[in-house]
Design a protein around this ligand. Structure first.
Ligand code: APR
Length: 309
């Protein structure tokens, strides 16, 4: 069986940790790309030299040359500037749009059959930039945000109840911004509705902490933003695609009428398999949740509008 090949663009915190997770879980061979000379080569070499202890055979190559990425099955885009304290995801817009446009053009030229996973923020807007530049079908341009936001939500709920995170199911929809929508009506612990277990007020606090989850880490780190949980989120998506697992994961997808929204990327429940985005799963939201989703969509549209897309 041919080995899978995943290119990770951006050898910073998110990119390098993503490369590590993919290689160490033997999901694929990894090509790590960055614009800075020596950075991907050094991190790639260091990661490769950890293989004897971890016991994996994935090949890891660090490079500045897109020719090395040719024939990738998946391309993960993490290149860009990370958020600094006090800087909103939206402040990053123009700078990261230029970076995403340029790396996607080069990556797709060498891997026309790849599935793109976009991680660079502001996420939903960067997905739109990648989608416009790549000219790939929507099945092959997917954004990582919902898995991360949902993981934060699940973590806080598990702490609150003193239960295993594995038993907490729940998801966050909408844009990866302050308007994201943790969907409490579909959140449960081993099938028990969360609203049976946590009072309304406390649940609202946990929802708010989830919305502020990225900023909470930025504030503590003081320079840079989260990368352990973001990279774990990407690895989960890659796993579902390379092993055709058909996981149902919240991801940013290009909507063509689903949830009453059209022509933008938003976080929705997606079935991920070998074909990339294989299905957007529809659900019945409460009126309040739909209204929140609409507000989140407006925020995404505003950013997309600023970019003239
Ligand atoms: N081509 C390739 N790599 C680039 C380019 C480019 N044109 N421009 C910047 N990079 C690289 C940088 O050199 C750097 O190594 O992207 C990397 C970004 O790494 P970090 O600054 O460590 O940022 P990180 O924490 O990894 O976050 C990356 O993911 O979660 C999002 O908001 C986050 O948008 C940010 C992205």
């Amino acid at each position: 069986m041919a080995r899978n090949k995943v290119t990770v663009i951006g050898a910073g915190n998110v990119g390098a940790t993503t490369a590590q997770r993919i290689a160490e879980a033997s999901l694929a061979d990894v090509v790590l790309v960055d614009i800075v000379e020596g950075l991907p080569q050094g991190k790639g070499l260091d990661l490769a030299e950890a293989a004897p202890m971890i016991g994996h055979d994935a090949r890891i190559l660090g490079t500045n040359d897109y020719a090395d990425t040719a024939g990738s099955d998946i391309v993960v885009v993490t290149s860009g500037l990370a958020r600094q304290p006090g800087m909103s995801r939206d402040d990053l817009l123009a700078k990261n749009a230029g970076i995403v446009r340029s790396v996607v053009e080069q990556a797709v030229r060498h891997s026309p059959h790849a599935i793109l996973i976009v991680v660079t923020n502001p996420l939903d807007a960067m997905c739109q930039v990648a989608f416009a530049e790549a000219k790939l079908p929507r099945e092959r341009v997917i954004g990582m945000a919902g898995v991360l936001d949902s993981a934060r939500f699940r973590t806080f709920l598990a702490w609150e109840l003193g239960v295993s995170v594995r038993d907490v199911t729940g998801f966050v929809l909408g844009g990866h911004g302050d308007q994201m929508v943790p969907v409490t009506s579909y959140t449960n612990v081993a099938g028990i509705p969360i609203t049976d277990l946590i009072g309304e007020e406390r649940l609202a606090e946990i929802v708010q902490r989830t919305r502020d989850g990225g900023a909470e880490v930025v504030k503590l780190l003081k320079s840079g933003s989260a990368y352990y949980a973001p990279s774990a989120s990407v690895a989960e998506m890659v796993d579902s695609i390379v092993h055709d697992q058909k996981r149902v994961l919240p991801c940013a997808a290009y909507l063509t009428g689903e949830f009453g929204l059209n022509g933008i990327f938003m976080g929705v429940p997606c079935r991920l398999g070998a074909g990339g985005l294989e299905e957007i799963i529809k659900l019945n939201l409460t009126d309040d949740e739909q209204a929140q989703l609409n507000r989140s969509a407006e925020a995404v549209r505003e950013l997309v509008g600023i970019m003239g897309l």
